[in-house]
Design a protein around this ligand. Sequence first.
Ligand code: PRT
Ligand code: ZN
Length: 298
Amino acid sequence: MNKKRIKIAIQKSGRLADHSYDLLKKCGLIVSRNKGQLIGYAENMPFDLLFVRDDDIPSLVKDNLTDLGIVGLNVVLEKQFEYANSTQKELFSIEEYLDFGQCRLSFAYPEVSDIQSLSQLKNKKVATSYPFIVGDYLERESLDVEIVKLSGALELAPSLGSADAICDLVSSGRTLRAHNLNEGESILEITAVVIRSGDTSDPFKQKWIRKLLERINGVLQVRESKYVMMHAPRNSIDRITELIPGAESPTIIPLEGTDETVALHVVCKEDVFWETLENLKQEGASSILVVPVEKMLV
Ligand code: PRT
Ligand code: ZN
C-alpha cells in the first residue's frame, strides 16, 4: 500500500477557516478531526489537513512542508514579494481563485483631512500591513510616499498621528466608516486562492493533486450553475439558447406525438433570473424548470 500523503494547510480559525474546510469536504474528503487538534486525516483519500495561522501558509508551501495551501491572495502576494530575493526557483504557484474571502486592498483617508487621493499623498505617510504590495504599487505609480508598517488597528493610525492615510483590507466598508475614514483608490481585488508547492513532482502526489484541483473546480462551477429544462418550438432553439446566460450547447430531445416542439435541456453556468424565464416564455418556451446542480466534472 502506498503510504504517501498529500498535506494541505488551511486556516485554523478566522474568516477563511470554515469555507476552506467546507470546500474540501465538498470535494469528497471525509476528515476525522478532534476539536483543538492541529491535524486532520482524510479517511477515504491520501490527504492530511494542517490547521494553522493564515500567515504561515505560504512559507509552509514554499518550504514544501505542505503540498497545497488555501490562503488570501493578499497574504500570498505579500510573501511573494518578501521571498523575491530568495534563490529558490519556484516558490509556489496559484492554482485556483476561490469564491470566498472576497475583499479589496484600498487606500483610505480621514474624513477631516485635506488629503483625499493618492496624488495628494506625496511625501506623506501611509500605514499598512502590506508594505511590499503597497510599495510596489506606489513605485509603479512613481509616487513618493513613506510606508509605515503596522500589523493591527490600522484604522487608528491617522487619529493617533502616525500616518496621513491607511491602505487596508475592506469588504463591507463598515470598519472604515466607523472610524471616520473615506475609502479611496482600490489597488487589489482579493479572494482566497489555492497555492501549490513548486516541488510536487512525485507521480502519486501529482495524480491526487490533479484530482483534487479538478474537484475544486467542479465545486466552484456548481455553485453558480443551474440545469434548465423546457419545452420549446423547434424553430426557436437558437433564439432560446441565446437567451440563457452562460449556456453550453443544449441537448434536444424529441417529444412524443409532435414534430414542432422539443424538450431542451441545458447547463447554465450563471444564475437564471425571472426576467430570463419571462423572455424564454415570450419565445414560445413552456414548462420551464430551473434546478440546482449537485456535482459537476468537466
Ligand atoms: O489568526 P490568523 O492569522 O489565521 O487570521 P487573521 O486574523 O490574520 O485573518 P482573518 O481571519 O481576519 O482574515 C483572513 C483573510 O480573509 C484575509 O487575509 C483576507 O484575505 C480575507 N478577508 C476578507 C479579510 C476581510 N475580508 C476583511 N474584511 N480580512 C480582513 N478583513 C478585515 C479588515 O482588515 C478590516 O479590519 O475586516 C475589516 C474590514 O471589514 P469591513 O467589512 O468592515 O470592510
Ligand atoms: Zn493572519
